[in-house]
Structures are given as C-alpha cells and as structure tokens.
Design a binder for this molecule. Structure first.
Ligand code: PMP
Length: 291
C-alpha cells in the first residue's frame, strides 16, 4: 500500500488523510469516482478513466475544480510516490462540505483525493478454473432514476446485490435490468460467446460503459472475433458456449456456471482464455508511464 494519499493538491500521510463528516459525499453519496490500474509503472487507459470521471461529474452537475491534465498529473505523482510497480488507483471527487439538507449548491469546494493501493479482487484459483456466479433479485438501477453510466459514490444498488451473491455462496452476481434483461454484474461487465461471436449488453441495458469492456472488444476484433452489443436474458447466458466478466479491478474473469447451470464444459472457454492472455499482454505493453 502507498504511504500517501493525494488530497486537494497535497500528498498527505495515509493515516492523516481525512475529510469532513459534513461532506455530502459522506452524507448523501454525492460525488463520483474512478478505479484505474497501473502495470509495470504504466497507468492503463488513463485518459479514458479521467474522461469518464469528468463525464460522471458533468451528469451530476459537479464541477471538478481542477483540469483533466492536472488530475492526470496528480494520478501519476500518486503512483510514483507509492513506490509500487503495479497497483490500483482510486480518484474520488466529492461535492464538498455543506449544511445538512440535500442542496449541492450549499456545499463549499469539492474534495478531491487519490488513493493508491494493491488489489487482488478474487483468489487466483477463480481466474485459473473459472468462477461460479448467480443472478440476484436486486435489479440494476433504472437509468431514469440513477443512471448506471454514472460512476457515483452511491453504490448501494451494487452492494446489495453483492451481499445477495455472498449469501448464495457466490463472489459475483448478474444484475438484471427492470425489464428482466441482463445488465451487468455488481462491479463488472458481462459477456457471453455463442458460435464464435461475443455478445455483451449495450450500455442502455443499464450498465457502466466499461473501459476493460472496450479494450476486450478491441482485442477480440484484432483476433478476428466479432462482438455484438445486444440485450439478452438469463436463459441465453445458461445456454452460451462461454461466459466471462471484465472490470478494472477484476480484469478478465472466466465464468463456469450461472445459477447452477454449467457453462460450456465447465472450464474456462478457449476464446475466453485467449482474451485473458491477450488482455494481460496488452496491459503490460500499453499505458502512460508514471514518470
Ligand atoms: N460495471 C460496474 C457497475 C462497475 O463498477 C465497473 C467498474 N468496476 C464495471 C462495470 C467495469 O468497468 P471498467 O472496466 O471501466 O472498470
């Protein structure tokens, strides 16, 4: 873990990094965040993550008081000072301290902080042998209420689904949208493969536009594999040839069963394995150097 947290322009010792209990990020989940990885001292898809952070902020009308370039520099500095070669970066922008009551315009300056740490989301065994997942009853937020394309500090929808998954003995869960179509998992995008074609739900199904997802789609295209964005149901997942999840924290995870239905032959699929390898290779080759 890094000794430092970047907080409003300064590196502060981890234990001393603090923000007010009156910050609306804490009181109401009013704020936005990102999750970014760095590999071999290179930050993966930095521009894409910073763009998505600013987009999330724009949707909730939160003006980030520094420029994209300044934030990128702060991210790179935070990585450098962590002394780590590989890790996970968490930039957060809150609405700032304000009076009780929802009104965001009664808040002072947003707080910006960046945490750098190591992260292994799941045990290696699940990457090697694949992960069993379940569908949970908690539906993904409807876009008309709280659009899943906003990476906001309000992640309770996903946390409730994660708890349900845990109660059912699984590490990850499929979340359906309000119409019953597969949207995404609690912290990952989902893909199925049938007859050599990859399918993933479109963002309007109710999912976050994943940066790992677009990377995997590009890598697949480079391997001559087509990806189609379309709505699908649980039944289509059960009968798919292969299934996998993508996310910055999770990376690419093969899925071997869904709600007790074995996917393919119950082992990570051939194309999934190829994509896992291609992704790993690509993460080591690309990225913004931390210095
Ligand atoms: N869906 C949700 C709900 C997420 O929180 C995330 C990020 N962890 C993803 C999908 C994957 O997005 P990305 O690949 O950009 O990390």
């Amino acid at each position: 873990m890094s000794k430092w947290v970047w907080l409003n322009g300064q590196l502060v010792e981890r234990e001393k990094a603090a923000i007010s209990v009156f910050d609306h990020g804490i009181l109401y989940g009013d704020g936005v965040f990102e999750g970014i990885r760095f590999y071999d001292r290179k930050v993966f898809k930095l521009d894409e993550h910073i763009d998505r952070l600013f987009n999330s902020a724009k949707i909730i009308m939160l003006e980030i008081p520094i420029s994209k370039d300044e934030l990128k520099k702060a991210v790179l500095l935070s990585c450098r000072e962590s002394g780590l070669a590989n890790g996970y970066i968490r930039p957060v922008v809150t609405r700032g301290s304000g009076a009780l009551g929802l009104a965001p315009w009664r808040c002072s300056n947003p707080n910006i902080f960046i945490i750098v740490d190591t992260l292994q989301l799941y045990p290696q065994e699940l990457y090697d042998n694949g992960m069993p997942i379940v569908t949970v009853a908690t539906r993904r937020n409807i876009p008309e209420a709280l659009n899943p394309m906003i990476k906001s500090l309000n992640y309770l929808n996903n946390i409730m689904a994660k708890i349900e998954a845990k109660n059912a003995g699984a590490e990850e869960a499929i979340m359906l949208n309000h119409d019953g179509y597969v949207a995404e998992c609690t912290g990952d995008n989902i893909f199925i493969i049938r007859n050599g074609v990859i399918y993933t739900p479109p963002v309007y199904a109710g999912s976050l536009p994943g940066i790992t997802m677009s990377t995997v789609i590009e890598l697949a295209a480079g391997m001559g594999i087509k990806t189609v964005e379309k709505m699908f149901t649980r039944a289509e997942v059960y009968t798919s040839d292969e299934c996998f999840l993508t996310g910055t924290a999770a990376e690419v995870v093969p899925v071997i069963s869904v709600d007790g239905r074995i996917i393919g032959d119950g082992a990570p699929g051939v194309l999934t394995r190829k994509l896992v390898d291609a992704f790993k290779d690509y993460t080591r080759k690309s990225g913004t150097p931390v210095e």
